[in-house]
Design a protein around this ligand. Structure first.
Ligand code: SF4
Length: 213
């Protein structure tokens, strides 16, 4: 159980990892097993059965959840959420790239949701920025303390590199002064003189874990 919040129900419209309660709300619920098998697991040329499955799925209230269930559990056969296996293939192949911020938000609310690789990475980066300790991340992602600490360090380095490369730009005024002084070093203002051949301010070799450590 997560310690972030006290509720563990999935957010509205999002399925929990082990949640199968939506099955009973499906339009196909209660169908004869053999009929369901023929309709939802048709051959590629069983056009009538495919059309029937799509019609049922078309007005099914849990269609989206059904599709997510198939994608997250790598169920590549049959019709799920109104899509045949051929229609779902690109979704299966690109699932790791899915970035749905509703899921990331649900994760920070302590909800039990499935995260793709991309969503998990965003969650880790945000956890670092929010100052999470390794213990907390380890519990939320259900990983070891050491693994969580390494992930937070990687996030810290990423933020450090981003700030160093894309940090606040120098003002135009300052840049002008520098170009004038090309070739002849300008006299330094009193109290601001720096030793020659050394950077004005030293930076640490590695980003500190900061809030997260
Ligand atoms: S979307 Fe289709 S397969 Fe999924 S529960 Fe609904 S009717 Fe059944």
């Amino acid at each position: 159980m997560r310690h972030i919040t006290t509720h563990d129900a999935p957010a509205t419209g999002l399925r929990g990892i082990g949640d199968t309660s939506w099955h009973v709300r499906g339009a196909c619920h209660g169908m004869d097993v053999e009929d369901a098998d023929a309709v939802f697991f048709p051959g590629p040329r069983d056009h009538e059965e495919i059309a029937e499955a799509k019609e049922l799925c078309g007005w099914c209230p849990v269609r989206r959840v059904c599709l997510d269930f198939a994608l997250e559990n790598v169920l590549k056969e049959g019709v799920w959420g109104g899509l045949t296996e051929a229609e779902r293939r690109p979704l299966h192949d690109n699932l790791h790239r899915r970035l749905d911020y509703r899921r990331v938000t649900a994760f920070f609310q302590g909800r039990d949701v499935h995260l793709t690789e991309a969503e998990r990475q965003v969650a880790i980066d945000h956890a670092y920025v929010r100052g999470w300790q390794p213990d907390r991340l380890a519990a939320a992602l259900q990983i070891s303390h050491k693994h969580a600490r390494d992930l937070l360090r990687q996030a810290a380095n990423k933020v450090f590199d981003r700030d160093r490369n894309y940090g606040v730009p120098r003002s135009k005024k300052k840049r002008k002064k520098t170009s004038k002084a090309k070739g002849t070093p300008a006299p330094a203002a009193p109290g601001t003189q720096q030793p020659t051949g050394r950077p004005a301010a030293s930076t640490p070799a590695h980003a500190p874990l900061g809030k997260a450590a």
